[in-house]
Design a protein around this ligand. Structure first.
Ligand SMILES: Cc1cc2nc3c(=O)[nH]c(=O)nc-3n(C[C@H](O)[C@H](O)[C@H](O)COP(=O)(O)OP(=O)(O)OC[C@H]3O[C@@H](n4cnc5c(N)ncnc54)[C@H](O)[C@@H]3O)c2cc1C
Length: 429
């Protein structure tokens, strides 16, 4: 059974969601242990290879997203840069690359769409900031795009932009409220590529959790979560037994949460968003810095320069296919895009192919939208809370993990405090 540890809050999973939950609960005065199978960070961890910092696939943080606010409240600061402003549209069938309309200036100059689509797109760009996202939850992103009256070429451009902000390969599977909210964030103040990679956010959150007194245990899988008759919980890892008043399950996927929860939950979940990723450290920057596929769901972006991720003179380029297929098909497709953007084999110093990454475990479903995702307390067990990128009505991707982590950490601490006041406190660390 190993060590027996009594705390007030146990957090399972030390990705962004779990680290935020641990830091928030600890800062509210609860004694906290957070355990993870691996090192802290989950999908937000970065790896350093030969001086190149590689995130696990392309990662960008929305400057006006709720996640930046959560990080700020925890005192986690970072520096970074926006993406290169010139974006090319890529038509795989013909090999064409042409300036993509992403702003008023590029809209006028873009050869990719005709006059009718330019007029329609100008109207979309003007009206988009004023749309009330919540009223679009019944539609899919694809249905919303079809309603805009563009030609198939114009719809292809809007689809490419929508894929980039949602990571959904199939726009029939993500609700329009989430897509519109993401497009609004992108238009309002773009994204940032943090210097030092997303690891800098992970390191900041680990420090925030530690400064509140939370312990992060790496290399410890929670195998059992049991409710005791006195209303407390037991969480077992191979090394120890943790007893707590509250538990936050931030284990990444709904499947991992389900495997631990004492009662089978009745969630209605959307489809996952997967991606095949090629992460490159280059000796020099590419000729074409940023490219979005128009007839295929592919993406290439130079994250460094400007973000500090590469040795002097070098570059970090992330290439991706939204919706992973077989490793062989996706690898070949991504390398064709790499070559088309002017990157030769001799430019490549380091490379890593991640053939099937789960970007988001459950996209908001058309029909119910963001508000249809499971709430942090949708566990069927009072005192057990959820956090992750498929939880809560706020934000998409990491924004959802950070937002649900904050609310779950607060709720877990408050539940523990109620028990403490009622005389059932367990504060032996
Ligand atoms: C290719 C790719 C690109 C992305 N790009 C972006 C982007 O541009 N912008 C954006 O906002 N988001 C992006 N994301 C999404 C973002 O990375 C995730 O939403 C976020 O990191 C998820 O954090 P999390 O804590 O919810 O889950 P995870 O990071 O999955 O963390 C869950 C943790 O729980 C641990 N765990 C699981 N089971 C157990 C157990 N039984 N016991 C103990 N520990 C357990 C795991 O080891 C893991 O560390 C991207 C993701 C990918 C894969």
């Amino acid at each position: 059974m190993g060590d027996m540890v009594d705390v007030e809050v146990v957090v399972v999973g030390a990705g962004l969601a779990g680290l935020v939950a641990a830091a928030v609960a600890a800062r509210r005065g609860a004694s906290v242990v957070c355990c993870d199978v691996r090192a802290a960070g989950g999908r937000a961890r970065s790896d350093e290879r030969e001086g190149f910092v590689l995130n696990q696939g392309p990662h960008a943080l929305y400057r006006r997203g709720v996640g930046v606010d959560v990080l700020g409240r925890l005192g986690v600061g970072f520096t970074g840069s926006p993406p290169h402003p010139v974006v090319s549209g890529y038509t795989e069938a013909t090999g064409e690359l042409g300036l993509l309309p992403t702003s008023a200036g590029s809209l006028l100059r873009s050869p990719v769409i005709g006059l009718l689509d330019k007029v329609r797109l100008a109207r979309v760009l003007t009206t988009l900031p004023k749309l009330q996202c919540a009223s679009f939850g019944a539609l899919s992103a694809a249905e919303w795009i079809a309603s805009l009256g563009c030609t198939s070429r114009g719809a292809g451009v809007i689809s490419a932009l929508t894929r980039v902000v949602t990571y959904a390969g199939d726009l029939d599977l993500v609700s329009a409220d989430a897509a519109i909210a993401q497009l609004q964030l992108a238009l309002e103040d773009n994204v940032v590529y943090p210097d030092g990679g997303w690891q800098s956010l992970v390191d900041g959150l680990v420090a925030a959790a530690a400064s509140g007194g939370a312990r992060v245990l790496a290399g410890e899988r929670a195998t059992v979560l049991q409710a005791s008759t006195d209303g407390t919980f037991v969480v077992r890892t191979p090394a120890r037994t943790l007893q707590a008043a509250s538990v936050v399950v931030a284990a990444g996927s709904p499947a991992a949460a389900r495997a631990l929860l004492p009662h089978a939950p009745a969630w209605e979940l959307g489809a996952p968003a997967t991606a095949a990723c090629l992460d490159l450290g280059l000796r020099r920057g590419p000729a074409t810095m940023v490219t979005y596929g128009l007839d295929q769901p592919v993406y290439l972006s130079t994250h460094s320069p400007k973000a500090r991720l590469a040795p002097l003179g070098g570059a970090v380029v992330h290439v991706m296919r939204y919706g992973a297929r077989t490793s062989a098909e996706d690898r070949a497709q991504l390398w064709a895009l790499v070559r088309r953007c002017g990157i030769g084999e001799r430019d490549v110093a380091v490379q890593r192919f991640l053939h099937e990454m789960t970007v988001c475990h459950a996209l908001p479903r058309p029909g119910s939208g963001l508000s249809g995702r499971p709430a942090i307390d949708a566990t069927g067990t009072a005192g057990v809370f959820l956090a992750g990128d498929w939880v809560g009505a706020t934000g998409l991707l990491a924004d959802a993990s950070l937002a649900s982590g904050e609310v779950a950490g607060r709720a877990a601490a408050e539940n523990a405090m109620r028990r403490r006041v009622a005389g059932g406190a367990m504060v032996r660390r």
